[in-house]
Design a protein around this ligand. Structure first.
Ligand SMILES: [Fe+2]
Length: 452
């Protein structure tokens, strides 16, 4: 067996609908909406799509909360044309960008009342209905010139949603802005050589921060049949770009070679820009994910006048899936939330096939609250086999950490998942509420709280 869908990543085989879920504790009545999370869930472990965690067909898991009750749980595959056919259904649409049709598996977000499953590298997002049924591929009513992005950032002041699209056939990356009605109001092409991968970016009040790092499209890897035809390419160089939101000009500054999947947050500090991110010392050697070293939480202070990046380690414990209070996206902030990842690489790469107990090895079953002002961390452990993924912060009061942290946590006693609701201000205390789901939720990627 050479696929990575083992342990906590083992896929589920059924779509389930369950109502009036059992709750331990007291669900806050103000939580009216849906907690949704996307991740790869291959239809079959015999398919080529099962060869890499980034390629499994997307499945969105959702819990609807209302008036202190957990109204329903649903899990649904994202139905691109191929998934539709496999499930005996008619494809929704033939709309694609450049013929790429992928069952988006990376993130699920709310935009102007719509629900979108997103993925990067050139394919369109898929729009889902409120109850997670697939509506079809989405190009924002014709406004999108190419593909979209897995990660987006909403400017809390303007309501604009920013995205960075890339595609192996382009000689540029594309910055996309949607207004608060979900209309594409601006696209800008940023010339970049070698078609590098770009998983996430950062947003400040003045800039879109673009990582141009040495993981580039590899025709050699593609011809050799590599599942992800991107490779570490030292000749490409490493730099970070500050795209002026006002003028579209880009100021590039060199940075030490590394790989970045995720941004925690970023903000302007006078003429300088502070970016907090999860950094790998090296990544994607020969398109393998397991050779990049351990991810640490780092701060980059970019000085566009001096042309320098000053790097500081905020926390050297391995961690991933950084989230924060998105009311402060692009602004100075204090708190972050991450999942510990002692060796995420072991999970993501072929080397993982030797390991029988991946989640505990990889994730430590621990969520971390970062206090960046104090420089301290709190650790919330969930215990043996209680594998836990990305922590999503949902605000409640005005204070930055007055709110809840939501995540799916495996309950090994039941062989099923719980939706755990923590108080962000009592991070290591008993959960505020635990919603008991009727089935496992495999480890996955990203999700959102989408308020009604
Ligand atoms: Fe991501």
């Amino acid at each position: 067996m050479s696929h990575p869908y083992r342990g906590g990543f083992a896929p589920v085989t059924e779509e389930i609908t369950a109502f009036d879920l059992e709750v331990t504790g007291r669900l806050p009545a103000e939580l009216n909406g849906r907690y949704l999370r996307n991740g790869p869930n291959p239809l079959s472990l015999d398919d080529p799509a099962s060869s890499h965690l980034f390629l499994g067909e997307g499945m969105v898991h959702g819990v609807r909360l209302r008036d202190g009750r957990a109204e329903w749980y649903r899990n649904r595959w994202v139905r691109n044309a191929a998934v539709s056919r496999r499930l005996g259904e008619e494809p929704r649409s033939t709309l694609t960008h450049a013929g790429m049709d992928f069952a988006a598996n990376t993130h699920v977000i709310g935009i102007a009342g719509r629900t979108l499953a997103t993925v990067e590298a050139g394919a369109l997002p898929y729009e889902l209905g409120y109850e997670l049924d697939t509506i079809g591929p989405c190009d924002f009513d014709g406004g999108l010139p190419g593909g979209f992005a897995a990660h987006t950032h909403l400017d809390p002041a303007t309501g604009e949603l920013h995205a960075m699209a890339y595609f192996y056939g382009w000689k540029h990356h594309q910055h996309i802005v949607l207004d608060d009605k979900g209309t594409v109001i601006q696209t800008r092409d940023v010339p970049i050589a070698d078609a590098p991968m770009l998983h996430d970016f950062a947003l400040t009040e003045k800039y879109v921060v673009i990582y141009d790092l040495p993981v580039t499209f590899s025709m050699d890897q593609a011809q050799r049949g590599a599942p992800i035809p991107y490779a570490w390419n030292p000749a490409h160089g490493s730099r970070v770009g500050l795209l002026s939101r006002a003028t579209g000009e880009v100021r590039w500054v060199e940075v030490a070679p590394c790989w970045v999947f995720h941004t925690l947050n970023a903000y302007d500090d006078g003429d300088q820009v502070v970016v907090d991110l999860v950094r790998y010392p090296e990544r994607f050697v020969d398109a393998r994910l397991d050779l990049g070293g351990l991810p640490t939480l780092d701060r980059w202070r970019i000085d566009p006048v001096a042309g320098t990046v000053t790097e500081t380690r905020l926390d050297d414990r391995a961690q991933e899936f950084p989230r924060m209070d998105e009311r402060l996206t692009g602004r100075p902030y204090r708190y972050g939330y991450t999942a510990a990842a002692r060796s995420l690489n072991d999970v993501l790469g072929p080397a993982c096939t030797e390991l029988e107990d991946l989640p505990d090895e990889a994730f430590d079953n621990t969520l971390i609250k970062q206090d960046l002002t104090a420089g301290t961390q709190q650790y919330r452990q969930f215990g043996r086999d209680a594998y836990v993924g990305e922590p999503v912060f949902v605000p409640s009061g005005d204070a930055e950490d007055d709110g809840y942290v939501l995540s799916f946590v495996n309950n090994p006693d039941r062989g099923a998942a719980d939706l755990v609701v923590l108080s962000a201000q009592d991070f290591t205390g008993a959960p505020v509420a635990t919603v008991h789901l009727p089935a496992r939720v495999p480890l996955g990627f990203h999700g959102s709280w989408i308020a009604d």
